[in-house]
Design a protein around this ligand. Sequence first.
Ligand SMILES: [Zn+2]
Length: 314
Amino acid sequence: MQSIRSLLDELGIQYRMSGDEAVALCPSHDDMHPSWSCNTKSGVHHCFSCGFSGNLASLASYILKIPYPEAVIWVTVRAGEVRVNKWREDTKVSNYAPPAYQVSEADMSLFTDPPSRMLKVRNCTQQAAREMGVRWNNQERAYIFPVRDPKTGELWGWQEKRMRRFRNYPHGIRKSETLFGLAAFEHGSPAVLVESPISAVRLRTAGITTGLAAYGVQVSDIQLSLVRDVTEHLVLALDNDSPGMAEVRRICTKFAGFFTTLKVFNYGDYEGKDQDYMTDDQIRFGIDTARSSHFYRNTPPVPARGSRQVRRQV
Ligand SMILES: [Zn+2]
C-alpha cells in the first residue's frame, strides 16, 4: 500500500513539505511560484491561484488524462480501498469530480450487472434491475443508478449507492432536473414516486411498472412537472421517516391542484423506512389504500368522523 506522498511522486509532482501539506507548482495553470498544495493526510488538494481543487482521484484524472471513474480505481489500487474510504470520510469534498469532466456511455462499460444475491436481499429481480438500467461498481461494491436527460436519455452521470451512502458523479450533476425510471415508465396507472432508485426497482419487481425515483428526499418543481408530463395521477411514496413526511406535507400543500389525484402511500403498520424490504402485498396495499393529500396539508381538515387518525400527523 502506498502513501499519499508516494502517489504524488508517481504522478510526477515535485513538492516540498510544509507541515502535512505537499506544496508544489500548480498542475492546472502556468504557475510561477508554488500556489498549489495537497494535504498528505486527507489527499485534498487546492490551488490558491486558479481554484483547481479536489481529491486524489480528481488529481490523477487530470494529470493522467483518464476518466474520473478510472482515476478512482487507479488511486484505490495503489492505496487500498480501506484507506481511500478513510480519506473520503476525512473530507467534505468526497463528491468532487472535475467540473469539466464529461461522462459518456463508455463509462458505463466499467460497470456490470448487479450480483444476483445483492438483488435478492432486497427482493429485486435481475430483470427489473436491467429494465431500469441499474449497474454495479464491483470495485466499490456499489449500485450505479444512471442519471439521464429526461427528454433525450443522454447520460449526465450517475448516483452511486454503497450501503446507506450516496455519491453523485460528476459533482453538481443535475439530478433534480430528471427522474429515475422515466424510460421504463409504463403509462396507464398512477405514478408512484419514491426517493431511491433501488426502491423503484423493488416496485417493478412487485409488478408496479410506474415507479419513479427522485434520487433523494427533495422533490423539485421540475421533477413534479416531469411526473405531470406522463400522468395526472400520483402516489407519493417518499420514505417513512420525518424528512420524508415533511416533504410529503410540503408537496401536498403546494401542489394539491397540480394533479387530478394526489395521494400518499399508506405504510400502515409497517415500521421500515421505505419499500425495499416490503412484501409485494404490502406494496400493493400501500398503493391501493393510498390516502388523500388532504390529510397531509400543513393545515389539515378535521378528519371525518370514525376515520382513523393519520399516522405521523403533527
Ligand atoms: Zn492553479
